[in-house]
Design a protein around this ligand. Structure first.
Ligand code: TYM
Length: 319
């Protein structure tokens, strides 16, 4: 089984990225042949500062490795270092109905937020389809916000295979129900573009301050607090053991504990959860050549597989 996923270097990685995609992807690296990449070409649709982009690329690489991506098990590389992917994206784009892209939520959301509608932003799902298809991927671990893009990919496979004969493999999304949408500090989906994130490797004081600023209702300390849709509980469940979680849920139901105390417990649990990753990150940063070596090896393997699929595609379309 081939597993593939990507992450954009468009800012600091946050709890949504970790629980929605990175953790499931890291678990899957033992279950098949994994390909994980840094979607630097996609990031160009929003990051147009060369210095910031190269810094983000390096940070994402370090942080993903610190979280447990194991380059002996998974091929880890940069999207832009596999040239065949943009060639496949072009070929797919010649089969992509405009209406399919016009219906994509992520494009519509970006428009609603006032982004200039570039062609790259519009065609984003076609490049994403190429990312998936160029490695003959079976399974794509992602958060729920990417589900529609995988449906687009599947539509394109069907269209391509109907037009040119059976050439491309039909991939499946893998979405974990309980972490499909990790909430941010305001209760909306945690997202870089909403400014409601908790970064995985923030400084202690900054992370505490952010978590203490989490939006809550005005239930008084003594009163029972609503557990449905509670962001504190939603996040706590991800980082606390079952007994601690049950204890906090009781404290919500019984009343007598203020939101301030509950948030302090949430911060402590998040901080502790990422302690081993912070240690690993220090080790990685202490070996300056390590990340480059990993990405160089990943690049070779990724190109080898991508070029094989591309040879098949070129023959199928008559190039
Ligand atoms: P990106 O960089 O926005 O996010 C990376 C992964 O994190 C997940 N995620 C979340 N999951 C749950 N709750 C949240 N609050 C949350 N925020 C982010 C995303 O669902 C994603 O899985 N288009 C992709 C990158 C990409 C890609 C691909 C992915 C490019 N090509 C091919 C898979 C296959 C993106 O923008 O992810």
């Amino acid at each position: 089984m081939r597993i593939l996923s990507g992450i954009q270097p468009s800012g600091t990685l946050h709890l949504g990225n970790y629980f929605g995609m990175m953790k499931p992807a890291i678990e899957l690296q033992d279950r098949g042949e994994a390909f994980y990449f840094i979607a630097d070409l996609h990031a160009l649709t929003t990051v147009q500062d060369a210095g910031a982009l190269s810094e983000n690329i390096r940070d994402v690489a370090v942080d993903f490795l610190a979280c447990g991506l194991d380059p002996r098990k998974a091929c880890f590389f940069r999207q832009s270092q596999v040239p065949a992917v943009t060639e496949l994206a072009w070929i797919l784009s010649t089969l992509t109905p405009m209406g399919l892209l016009e219906r994509c939520h992520s494009y519509k959301d970006k428009m609603a937020k006032g982004f200039a509608p570039s062609h790259g932003l519009f065609a984003y799902p076609v490049l994403m389809a190429a990312d998936i298809l160029i490695y003959d991927s079976d399974l794509v671990p992602v958060g729920k916000d990417q589900k529609q893009h995988i449906e687009v990919t599947r539509d394109l496979v069907i269209k391509f295979n109907e037009t040119y004969g059976n050439t491309l493999k039909l991939p499946e999304p893998s979405i974990q129900e309980h972490t499909a949408v990790v909430p941010g500090l305001d209760g909306e989906k945690m997202s870089k573009s909403y400014g409601n994130t908790v970064g995985l490797f923030e400084e202690e004081a900054a992370m505490r301050k952010k978590i203490m600023s989490l939006k809550t209702d005005s239930t008084p300390v003594e009163a029972p607090k609503p557990v449905e849709d509670s962001t504190i509980l939603g996040l706590y469940k991800l980082v606390a053991g079952p007994a601690d979680y049950a204890q906090m849920e009781n404290d919500f139901r019984n009343g007598g504990t203020g939101y301030g105390d509950l948030k302090k417990r949430l911060f402590a649990a998040v901080w502790e959860y990422f302690a081993p990753m912070r240690e690993r990150r220090k080790e990685i940063l202490a070996d300056p050549g390590y990340v480059e070596r990993v990405l160089r090896e990943g690049r070779e393997k990724a190109n080898h597989v991508a070029n094989g699929v591309m040879t098949r595609v070129r023959a199928a379309v008559g190039l």
